[in-house]
Design a protein. Structure first.
Length: 138
């Protein structure tokens, strides 16, 4: 089947429900609640997404938090399973890294599973970060 996609940098109320469906398909986002996602989106600096033109269905999404100088943290790179062979993940990453307000950021960071490291290495991401350790407070 041939799909045609449209890039968007904000999502509508209807698309928030579609984003929730994308989140339900992923282990790290499946338990997110609608009101929390709405609040998260309101405080997200940049949204990058694609919808399928014929169905108007949101099929790919990522978001970025950034100070626009030193750091940009990429979150939630998600592509609907039935659209994963159409290079939408690549298109999302290219959109992030080529965004005019993010082009001069010194360090882009993201979380990924080990099996996804080769995908992100295409853009120069590495797990070698000079001895820095990831830490978390839950």
């Amino acid at each position: 089947m041939l799909f045609e996609y449209e890039f968007i940098d904000r999502i509508s109320e209807e698309q928030i429900f579609q984003l929730m469906q994308l989140y339900r398909n992923e282990w790290w986002t499946k338990d997110r609640k609608l009101e929390d996602v709405r609040r998260m989106l309101a405080h997200t600096d940049f949204i990058f997404a694609f919808y399928e033109k014929a169905s108007r269905q949101l099929v790919a999404f990522t978001r970025v938090l950034s100070d626009r100088v030193y750091k940009a943290l990429i979150f939630d790179v998600i592509v609907a399973p039935e659209h994963r062979e159409h290079k939408l993940g690549r298109a999302l990453m290219n959109a992030v890294l080529n965004h005019p307000e993010l082009k001069s950021v010194r360090h882009f960071e993201l979380y990924c599973l080990p099996e996804l490291e080769p995908f992100y290495e295409q853009w120069g991401f590495t797990k070698e970060v000079g001895g820095v350790r990831f830490m978390r407070k839950a």
